[in-house]
Design a binder for this molecule. Structure first.
Ligand code: HAM
Length: 441
């Protein structure tokens, strides 16, 4: 058990002898100011661009019945087998905290017979996902995704449109094109996948002695997942394994070539990565990932990933509807962005320095009115001297300070100081708001 540490050494001292300090769950972090301003910037930019591409927001529950993920992400994937937070609900049914968003989106799509409402559905979502992974930089147990799904278009133009949108978002967030790598691949149709699965099974069976336990079990059930193994010996073996591209038929090849052609038209350079198989079972056809060369992310440098899942809606009981989607890892994008969090936080427009009770009684409704008018205002509620108040105004990166004391009240004139331009003037009560607005322009 971790030793208790005092919370504060100052005036409000936490009594370490009384209680142990509460800890956050490993891999699940608080997001505090000023960091939160950077989050809001990313979320806002994402909403703007998704809105421009005509996506609408979808909100689904955190908890789903466990079989949903077994039937979509796949029972033999690392995510479902090793990483899900699964537990019995109070009625005994097995529920899991969502490890990703596509499964829920597809469930909602089918539950609502969405295809009867519109031929093409574009949804996006934003929120926490949960995977019990080894926590490290860029890899958390509660992490956040911004994801999008399009139902009803077989592509390939929409595949390219989606990848180009993702790149545009990352550029809009301040990342440089040269620091991004766009990798694409195709997993082919189910027949091509079956052929490939057999080729992989034959290859890995011939080297079964070098496989770890997890991979050996995958030999029969899902040999494709051996390619995701983190075991260095298996990874070395996987490097020489047969390549899916070699088993692709003409249609899949043409689709992939068309995606790349459209991407080039949209100004996005892409590379084919024949080993890009993704760790989730529902993919068919186009897959893609965007990696960052910045941010010190190491093996966690995949900012976003996605692909087609043309069979998923029908496999869960809906009609045959093609679909494609992606998800971007917010924490990783934040790490790849070089600007410090403070630069995303706006300062205060007005600090109302108050000396005495009478002045405060006058200032409170004044500040209230200004705040309701959208002026970011702080008023001093503590009994402290003017010097300390101005120091606080500085710390809050304030533009203007309004000073109100008994003398000012009696004279009906107040001092408005511009803390940036370092100049001040006397204003009457009715001049305060127009002067502030003038300074804000
Ligand atoms: P995914 O590749 O599992 O795909 O996750 C997408 C992104 O989420 C990753 O590229 C990464 O940035 C972030 N991510 C994943 N796990 C973690 C973690 N433990 N800590 C921090 N970030 C993480 C999906 O989830 C699919 N649902 C994407 C998709 C949507 N495919 C089709 N539609």
């Amino acid at each position: 058990m971790a030793a208790a540490r005092p919370l504060h050494r100052g005036r409000w001292c936490y009594n370490a002898a009384v209680a142990e300090l509460p800890q956050n769950v490993k891999g699940m972090n608080d997001i505090l100011p000023p960091e939160v301003a950077k989050w809001q910037f990313v979320e806002e930019k994402a909403r703007q661009i998704l809105d421009a591409f005509a996506y609408r927001e979808l909100r689904t529950p955190i908890l789903e019945y466990t079989p949903l993920f077994q039937r979509t992400v796949g029972e033999t994937t690392e995510v479902v087998e090793k990483q899900m937070y699964t537990f019995p609900d109070r009625d005994g049914s097995s529920v899991s905290m969502r490890p990703e968003g596509t499964a829920s989106a597809v469930r909602a799509y089918i539950a609502r017979s969405q295809w009867n409402r519109e031929p093409v559905t574009r949804w996006y979502y934003l929120g926490p996902m949960f995977r019990h992974e080894r926590a490290q930089r860029g890899r958390l147990r509660q992490f956040h995704q911004i994801g999008a799904e399009v139902f009803g278009i077989p592509g390939p133009s929409v595949d390219a449109e989606m990848i180009a949108m993702l790149v545009a978002l990352l550029l809009d967030l301040g990342l440089a094109a040269v620091d991004l790598e766009v990798a694409v691949n195709s997993l082919g149709d189910p027949d091509e996948r079956a052929t490939y699965r057999e080729a992989l099974r034959a290859y890995f069976s011939a080297h079964a002695d070098k496989l770890d336990d997890f991979s050996r079990r995958r030999l029969e059930s899902n040999p494709l997942r051996i390619l995701d193994s983190k075991d260095p010996r298996v990874q070395a073996l996987a490097a020489s394994a047969p390549i899916l591209l070699d088993t692709l038929g003409e249609r899949s090849r043409q689709h992939l070539a068309a995606v790349r052609g459209h991407l080039a038209d949209l100004g996005v350079a892409s590379q084919v990565d024949p080993r890009l198989v993704r760790g989730l079972d529902y993919y068919t056809g186009t897959t893609f990932e965007i990696k960052a060369k910045v941010g010190g992310l190491g093996a966690q440098n995949t900012l976003a990933g996605g692909g087609r899942y043309d069979r998923l809606v029908s496999s869960l009981g809906g009609p045959e509807i093609p679909a494609i989607g992606f998800a971007l890892g917010v924490e990783r994008v934040l790490l790849a962005m070089s600007q410090p969090a403070e630069s995303f936080e706006s300062g205060l427009t007005l600090y109302v320095a108050v000396l005495g009770e009478k002045a405060r009684a006058f200032a409170l409704p004044l500040a209230h009115r200004l705040r309701l008018g959208g002026i970011r205002t702080e008023i001093e509620h503590r009994e402290i001297g003017l010097k300390a108040q101005l120091k606080r105004a500085d710390a809050l990166r304030t533009r203007l300070a309004l000073m109100i004391g008994d003398n000012e009240l009696a004279a009906g004139k107040f001092v408005l100081r511009d803390l940036v331009k370092r100049e001040q003037s006397e204003v009457r009560a009715d001049e305060i708001e127009p002067r502030i607005r003038q300074a804000m322009d």
